[in-house]
Design a protein around this ligand. Structure first.
Ligand code: MN
Length: 136
């Protein structure tokens, strides 16, 4: 599927560095590598990342600012939350979750890395097709 430019933030190139942790094609454009790290992540329809945890000894976690399209955020053991442009998601460190596009729509969010101590992302299993296909 051809890449789309969905917002005022350029989508960037294919997200090869993290492709092993995604189902489907995503694009990544690092908007800020100083002070606070911010990446623009674009998901083609059906694309989502695996379950993962933003680990930190102190602080950390992630904030998503939805810029375009339609997608989902889900925490382990909870219902998926549908996301639209303008939505903000605060993800505390230590919470297992995934985020990605709706099955038939593109999706884009800015991902802000909340500063903390000993931050690292722990990648887990893919979101099952069975669970994902229940989403609209
Ligand atoms: Mn995340």
């Amino acid at each position: 599927m051809e890449k789309k430019e969905l917002s005022v933030f350029a989508a960037g190139g294919t997200n090869d560095a993290f492709a092993q942790y995604f189902v489907g094609q995503s694009y990544l454009n690092m908007l800020s590598m100083e002070q606070v790290v911010i990446g623009n992540v674009t998901f083609e329809p059906g694309c989502r990342n695996n379950w993962h945890i933003h680990q930190a000894k102190k602080g950390g976690g992630q904030i998503l600012l939805v810029t375009a399209g339609r997608g989902y955020y889900q925490e382990w053991g909870k219902e998926a939350r549908e996301l639209h442009p303008g939505d903000v998601v605060n993800i505390p460190s230590g919470v297992k979750h995934w985020h990605g596009a709706a099955p038939n729509e593109w999706f884009q969010h800015l991902a802000i890395e909340v500063p903390g101590e000993e931050c690292k992302t722990e990648w887990c299993e893919p979101v099952s097709d069975e669970a994902y296909e229940k989403l609209k």
